[in-house]
Structure formats: structure tokens, C-alpha cells
Design a protein around this ligand. Structure first.
Ligand code: SAH
Ligand code: SF4
Ligand code: F3S
Length: 465
């Protein structure tokens, strides 16, 4: 795939249009990017915010901003409903402030029916683009600011591999880094392969260059991002495995922690387990979405593993990395799920003892095979199962996630504790938070903290250095 870099020219044009917009408004325009969905979208939003900053926008605090960009998610139906509710509210704000612009992008814009609905019924929406042409944002916004009434541009497939977009990070000390885009797995319930396209891996030298630059800029924690990081490297000129990439990233001077999301159980290699065991900089939570504990349902989901192979995998991981913390995603109410199938899910939860699990009610997505499968489970049955699962997951999670009580562990200080002046909040490698006495000047540093007391899902502790 061709490599694409945003040109100075494109940014210059947007800058000029922004200056003219500022003159019309009588102030420096503000822009607010609102993000729904996963880490992938969060990273995309940093690119959008980076472009806006380069073009001369000030950062708006909320949707009262002059330009509101909504980066949408469509993984479940309620995400879509929320957007439409939200749009009604934005419309009334726009009536009060006619210079306001509303921009929609992200996964939901890759669904032609939704875009058509917005085109017809939501005439106050100014700019629409999708996931594949995110980097065309400067050009599309410039056209709208230049006087075009509405600018809609969505591509049904990616055309270039985009490197070098400006980015504005949420926080200075940690950052996501895309390693691959898209997904080829076609789990039968999932819309992601349709809205994010086929799997493409970035070249390792481009990834490492980005990590080096981030490290030089003060970043100490990297989150490698892909829908299925374990299949990273396929299709590259010189194939590289994810385990190799992980070690190379961890070796970049200045990088102290590496995380990654998400691992598909079917592709998690022994090589990766060994690399994690060897490399202390790789944080210990491992997110391993199981979706269901029933082999029959897993087959219908096209997950390509079974209950037994999932359990065997978690045992191999725990044997090699005893301090691992496992987390997961579970869907309740997939078509055809019986009480017995659901019991299998509870059984896996009891056996694996996850630190935490994101539990979702199955949501039919138009165009996916599962949406037209027979035996959709009645809502009241799903609700009951969901409640039972949640209570099991929470009681196990409360015990597992805080099992390091009494130990001293490194924590990355992330913020001042708002409710207790003089205290700060740090994140352990396990993702659990610890509150302890400390000065806000520690923010962005890794310090050792003795974990002294459990409080719900976090610790109270004391800094030991
Ligand atoms: N690529 C990641 C998941 C991305 S979507 C992976 O395969 O692990 C995040 C989670 O949303 C999924 O793990 C799944 O549990 C949930 N999900 C996806 N589609 C869904 C649907 N149609 N209904 C309910 N939950 C869904
Ligand atoms: Fe969706 Fe499955 Fe791809 Fe994850 S692996 S994004 S659940 S299709
Ligand atoms: Fe949602 Fe798109 Fe992520 S559909 S979960 S934002 S890839």
C-alpha cells in the first residue's frame, strides 16, 4: 500500500480558512473533539485534535465550542442511538450560534444507511467523513469553511497507509501507537471488519520511529494498538512477528512500560508468552477476549477456538508469567445461546478468575451474519443472564485485581487526587489505581508504592522512594 504524508500545503490552506473563520466570528475559534468507542478511535481523535491545533484552533472544553467533531463508534446499536440523541441537542445549540460547525467521522460513518439518514434528516451536520479518509480532514474542513454548504466524503476502502499526521496527545507521558489497522477475522456478530476494512500492518521501522520520537518528547508508556495485535506483520515485505515488535519497542531508550490491545486468543503464540515473561517492561495485564465459554457458541461466532483451548491457553500463560492479570470481554445473549451455553461461560469465569471483564449484551448489527441467525434470545432472559454474569465477574475481580496487597510496586503517577489535596493517584502495571501522599510534581513519573490497604477496586499506599 502507498505511503501518504500530509503536505504543508493542505495544512496551509486550512490555516487560511481558519483565519477567515476567526475574522467572521470575532475570536479565535475553538474546537472540541468528542470520542466514542475504543482506543483506536481515541488515537484517531488525537490526530484530529493535532490537525485542528496546527490549523490555528484553540481547544474547546466541551460542545459549546465553535467546531464540534464527533468521532463515532458503531460496535453496538446503543452507540448509534446515543449519537442521534446527542445530535438533537447540538442542533439546538447551533440555532443559538449559527457560526457553529458540526463534524461527524469514525466508524458509524462507514455505514451507508446511517450517512444517508444524516444527509436527509440532520441537515445541520456540516462535514462527514469516515475511517479510511481521516487524513483528508484538513481539506474537507477547509472546503466547508471556504463556503461549501455541506461536505460529505466517505470511502468504502482504505487507499493509502497514512504516516505523519500531527497529533495532540491527551497526556504528555503516555501514548497509543497504531501497529495495524482493520480486521480480517469476521466474528459473526462484529461490524468492525466492515467499518475499519481489511487488516493492514504498519512497517516496523515506521512504528519504531514513532516510538523513538514519542520517547524523545517525554513519553514513557506506550500502548500498541490493533484489533488483533497477534496477527501483526502479515503481508509486510519482511514479515515480523508481534513478539519481535514488542521486544523492539520495549528496547527503545526512555520507554519504561509497554501495553497492547487487543489479543485474539486464536493467534496468541508461545513466542509472545515467552517474550512477555522475559521483558519486565511489558505490563502484566493481558486482555484476552473470550466472548463465550461455550464451544458451540464460539463456533457460531467464528472465533476459531474452543472452551478447552481457551482454558489451556490461559493455563500456559499463567505457568509462564505467574504475575499476569487476565482480563476479558464477554457477550451475553448471542443467537441460540441456551442456559447450558451460558453456564459454560460462568464456568470459564470461575476457572480463569479474571481481574475484570467487560460484559456486553449482544447487539445485532445490520449486515453481520449473526443478525439474521434464528433463535435470537429474548431480552428478559438476556437481562437475567447479564446480571448473574456481572455479579460473578465483580466478586472474582475484586479479589484477583488486588492480590498484590502488601507488596511494593511501581506506579505511574497520573493525576492529583481531587478529593484529597496532598494526595496523588498512580496506575500500577496491572492497571489498578493506588492513591498515596505525594506532590503533583510527580505526575508523569514512575515511583515505588507500598500497597497497604484495599478499598473497593483500588489501593491506598505509601511512596517508598
Ligand atoms: N478486536 C477486539 C474487539 C473489538 S470490539 C477483539 O476481537 O478482541 C470490543 C468488544 O465488543 C468485543 O470484544 C466484543 O465483546 C464486543 N462486541 C463486538 N460486537 C458486539 C455486538 N454486536 N454485540 C455486543 N458486543 C459486541
Ligand atoms: Fe470484531 Fe472479531 Fe475483529 Fe475483534 S477480532 S474486531 S471481535 S471481527
Ligand atoms: Fe467502535 Fe470502531 Fe472501535 S466501531 S469499538 S470505535 S473500531
Amino acid at each position: 500500500m502507498e505511503k501518504y504524508e500530509l503536505t504543508e500545503q493542505q495544512l496551509d490552506k486550512l490555516e487560511q480558512m481558519t483565519a477567515a473563520y476567526a475574522a467572521r466570528l470575532g475570536h479565535v475559534p475553538t474546537a472540541f473533539v468528542q470520542t466514542f468507542g475504543c482506543q483506536m478511535n481515541a488515537r484517531d481523535s488525537e490526530k484530529l485534535a493535532g490537525i485542528l491545533r496546527e490549523a490555528g484552533f484553540a481547544e474547546g472544553a466541551d460542545e459549546t465550542a465553535d467546531v464540534v467533531v464527533i468521532n463515532t463508534c458503531t460496535v453496538r446499536e446503543n452507540a448509534n442511538e446515543r449519537l442521534y440523541g446527542h445530535l438533537g441537542h447540538l442542533n439546538s445549540m447551533k440555532r443559538e450560534h449559527p457560526g457553529k460547525l458540526i463534524v461527524l467521522c469514525g466508524c458509524m460513518m462507514q455505514e451507508p444507511d446511517e450517512v444517508e439518514r444524516i444527509r436527509r434528516t440532520y441537515s445541520f451536520v456540516d462535514v462527514v467523513f469516515g475511517t479510511h479518509n481521516l487524513y483528508r480532514f484538513p481539506e474537507l474542513l477547509a472546503r466547508r469553511l471556504g463556503g461549501e454548504k455541506r461536505v460529505f466524503e466517505v470511502w468504502d476502502a482504505p487507499r493509502e497507509m497514512v504516516e505523519e499526521l500531527p497529533k495532540k496527545r491527551e497526556v504528555p507521558y503516555k501514548s497509543g501507537v497504531n501497529i495495524s489497522f482493520g480486521c480480517d477475522n469476521f466474528c459473526t456478530y462484529c461490524i468492525v471488519p466492515y467499518v475499519r476494512g481489511r487488516e493492514r500492518s504498519r512497517r516496523p521501522e515506521d512504528i519504531l520511529e514513532e516510538v523513538r520520537r514519542l520517547a524523545a518528547d517525554g513519553v514513557i508508556e506506550i500502548m500498541l494498538l490493533g484489533q488483533n495485535v497477534n496477527s501483526y506483520g502479515k503481508g509486510l515485505e519482511e514479515p515480523v512477528t508481534f513478539a519481535q515488535l514488542l521486544e523492539q519497542v520495549a528496547a527503545v531508550p526512555g520507554i519504561e512500560r509497554v501495553r497492547f490491545m487487543t489479543s485474539h486468543p486464536k493467534d496468541l503464540s508461545d513466542e509472545l508468552i515467552a517474550a512477555m515473561a522475559r521483558q519486565p517492561k511489558v505490563c502484566r495485564p493481558l486482555h484476552l477476549p473470550m466472548q463465550s465459554g461455550s464451544s458451540r457458541i464460539l463456533k457460531a461466532m467464528n472465533r476459531r477456538y474452543t472452551k478447552e483451548s481457551y482454558l489451556a491457553l490461559t493455563e500456559r500463560i499463567r505457568a509462564a508469567i505467574p504475575d499476569i492479570h487476565l482480563t476479558t470481554d464477554i457477550i451475553v445473549g448471542f443467537p441460540g445461546e441456551t442456559e447450558e451455553d451460558f453456564e459454560e461461560t460462568l464456568d470459564v469465569v470461575r476457572r480463569v478468575r479474571f481481574d475484570s471483564a467487560f460484559t456486553f449484551i449482544y447487539s445485532p448489527r445490520t449486515g453481520t451474519p449473526a443478525a439474521s441467525m434464528p433463535d435470537q434470545v429474548p431480552p428478559e432472559v438476556v437481562k437475567d443472564r447479564f446480571a448473574r454474569l456481572l455479579s460473578l465477574v465483580q466478586s472474582i475481580g475484586g479479589e484477583e485485581s488486588l492480590r498484590e496487597l502488601g507488596q511494593t510496586m511501581p506506579a505511574l503517577v497520573e493525576e492529583a487526587d481531587e478529593t484529597h489535596p496532598g494526595r496523588v493517584t498512580g496506575r500500577l502495571g496491572t492497571n489498578v489505581m493506588v492513591h498515596f501522599d505525594g506532590d503533583p510534581s510527580l505526575i508523569g513519573r514512575i515511583v515505588n508504592v507500598k500497597l497497604e490497604e484495599k478499598r473497593g477496586f483500588y489501593y491506598l499506599g505509601t511512596m517508598t522512594e
